[in-house]
Ligand binder design. Sequence first.
Ligand code: XMP
Length: 317
Amino acid sequence: DWTMHSFIDSTVAEIRAKVGSDRVICALSGGVDSSVVAALVHRAIGDQLTCIHVNNGLMRTGESESVLRFFREKTSLTVIDVDATEFFLNALDGVADPEEKRKRIGYGFIEIFEAEAKKLGKVRYLAQGTLYPDVIESVVFRGKAPIKSHHNVGGLPERMQLDLIEPLRELFKDEVRELGLELGLPEEAIYRQPFPGPGLGIRIMGAINAERLRILRQADVIVLEEMKDAGWYRKVWQSFAVLLPIQTVGVMGDGRTYEHVIALRCVDSRDAMTADWSQLPYDLLGRISNRIINEVRGVNRVVYDISSKPPATIEWE
Ligand code: XMP
């Protein structure tokens, strides 16, 4: 439509004027925001843009592989991939505090982007998909501490060498989706639920390790499959599993078990600034719970989070 066209035209012109003959890197997670930024900046400056996909070891099962396959096969973007799994898991070793996790992940990303920029040469800008609600929730608000350091806003070290290009800074998610469709991205890239930059790292309460990642990844796949099969995936803002830092008693056959608890978080929202817990059908809740308990070794209990935002937040950390 007309407003989107004029937004694209004016933003493309601004990006060209700002960048000149420099080069730009874009942090491409494969989520809606970064995909739309990459497409928009590419329209403005073509091959002066290089996208960098970082696997931080906190992605969903198969996520990095499918993101890379999509962009390399279906688009003309140049995408470098960096597998930084070990680097991030080492940096997070033994870290249980939510803000400390966010900071270490944010700093890790910047370190990697700067190293890649140096290798490419002539890179002056980092493009990223910061939206309006990210800006609001990360700034120091009337003298109060920020709610959470979103890695792509508050987490940036002051000393960062690269200047930022954030063309979505004034948009809400539904506008970003409309923009992405207008730019020619397919629905599979646009109608994805948001996934936070720190990934599964902020869905594992307490310290992160390989075993806890294994449990959460398996539960996460089941939640996604069941939501999609039931036709609920697109109806909600987000639906995901959280691994709690406690074990509870259960029974299997005639033996006692003492295993992990998965919380299911599913919310309706327009812009993530406020949210309601989703009223999923009981039979869908039941299928998700049964499958997680039967299929994921180490889990004997599933609970449903019925808190709205505020006063809770969407993610648990
Ligand atoms: P909260 O938990 O603050 O989340 O209610 C609001 C929305 O933001 C997402 N989220 C993030 N996205 N980097 C991101 O790119 C982050 O650090 C981050 N933390 C939360 C969250 O999934 C929800 O959609």
